[in-house]
Design a protein around this ligand. Structure first.
Ligand SMILES: Cc1cc2nc3c(=O)[nH]c(=O)nc-3n(C[C@H](O)[C@H](O)[C@H](O)COP(=O)(O)O)c2cc1C
Length: 380
């Protein structure tokens, strides 16, 4: 049966006019397309660019927005929490079933209960996705104290067992996103042979320990060690904020590609700029007006239907923490933004700073930040 003659409805999961058996067969084939696309990308000579998973940020609407700006090659979901009573969280699942990016998507799981992880991996494979990822890096105390996410990096043997069980259960590509240790990167030497043993399809390394949070220097040398040790492709992650930085991180680590998080919130053109730089073209430089248009886009795209103005103004401030780092160095912009209450006030402040056609800086500025700034909340 030829899938091209049929119409697949993402929202209903139905193929027009087909019997259930044929529907299932086709759905399986459809789901197989993304793994093949991912493998092709990982085997290609060009560096792979991935959008990092970011809880409460990289949802369906944010993916849609990134795709509009010539976004990454691969998209990760926010993490699915996995425990004995967990069910696939519907809003995250929608990112997979309605995938607006036309690119391979990877579903991330976080948890440590092996039967639940295996069950969830099997359920996820019923949906269109390229791969399943295990989170070994989340530094939120509420997560690591339960021995999940980054907390598991204290227990290499448990990781070994989890990876063994998941590798057996996952018939599509299986990937891991890790930090370099819990409080000491020495454990990375113990972790690498474990990652190497389980036939992973991709390893992403955020080059910090759990205790180093998000603001320390990144151990690019350890990412390089990973690229030399594990047989699968490695994505380098941490502080890639510009095409110039992307080039130096790729050169320093020998990684097959990059995963970018906060840099993409601040600068949605970053993926395009990196590709341009790699093709020896001059990277696109946004003007103040371009950034202003992006903020308008972000405001509208991330606004859930019916959300009250005041709540959307509060919501947008989360993204502005990152965008503000590229706007002016004194911190005045961010201070004013944080006090805005209405859409009018919010955009008046944005216009004061961005209503111009001057080029914007490509690197973020060195603002004097408080520890809670930029990573307010759980991800401190
Ligand atoms: C707001 C926020 C939420 C995050 N949520 C996740 C997550 O759900 N899963 C995960 O593996 N990492 C998560 N991270 C970590 C990022 O994926 C990434 O590893 C980290 O931000 C470093 O990359 P960057 O310097 O490019 O931002 C989160 C980071 C931030 C800032």
């Amino acid at each position: 049966m030829d899938q091209n003659h049929l119409c697949y409805h993402y929202t209903t999961g139905q193929w027009n006019g087909e019997s259930n058996a044929a529907h299932r067969h086709l759905q399986e084939n459809f789901a197989m397309e993304q793994p093949a696309q991912l493998k092709q990308l990982l085997n290609a000579s060009a560096s792979v660019l991935a959008l990092a998973p970011m809880q409460d940020v990289t949802d369906l609407s944010f993916w849609r927005l990134m795709a509009k700006y010539d976004g990454p090659d691969i998209y990760f979901t926010e993490y699915f929490r996995v425990h004995p009573d967990s069910r696939l969280e519907k809003p995250i699942l929608r990112s997979l079933t309605e995938n607006p990016t036309n690119r391979p998507t990877i579903a991330q799981m976080i948890g440590n209960h092996i039967p639940s992880l295996v069950r969830t991996a099997r359920e996820l494979q019923q949906h269109p996705l390229a791969a399943i990822d295990l989170n070994l890096g989340c530094p939120a105390p509420v997560v690591y104290k339960k021995h999940a996410g980054g907390g598991l990096l204290r227990e290499p043997r448990k990781i070994d067992t989890i990876l063994g069980a998941l590798r057996e259960a996952i018939k599509i590509p299986f990937t891991v996103k890790t930090r370099v240790g819990f409080d000491d990167p020495k454990v990375f030497d113990e972790l690498l042979p474990i990652f190497a043993r389980h036939s992973l399809d991709l390893l992403t390394v955020h080059g910090r320990t759990v205790m180093e949070g998000y603001r320390s220097a990144v151990h690019y040398d350890l990412i390089q060690r990973a690229t030399e040790t594990v047989p699968c492709p490695v994505l380098a992650n941490g502080n890639v904020y510009s095409a110039a930085k992307a080039e130096s991180v790729l050169a320093d680590t020998g990684a097959s590609g990059l995963m970018i998080g906060r840099g993409a919130i601040r600068n949605p053109w970053i993926f395009r700029q990196i590709r341009q730089q790699q093709n020896a073209e001059v990277p696109f430089v946004p003007t103040g007006q371009d950034v202003l248009a992006y903020v308008h886009d972000l405001f509208e795209t991330t606004r859930p239907p019916g959300l009250r103005e005041k709540l959307q103004v509060q919501k947008i401030k989360k993204y502005m923490n990152y965008i503000g780092l590229g706007i002016e160095p004194s911190g005045d912009f961010l201070r004013r933004i944080r006090s805005a209450q209405t859409e009018h006030e919010f955009f008046t402040i944005c216009e004061d700073h961005l209503q111009h056609n001057q080029p914007m800086p490509l690197e973020p500025m060195d603002l004097d930040l408080k520890p809670v700034d930029v990573l307010a909340g759980e991800h401190r």
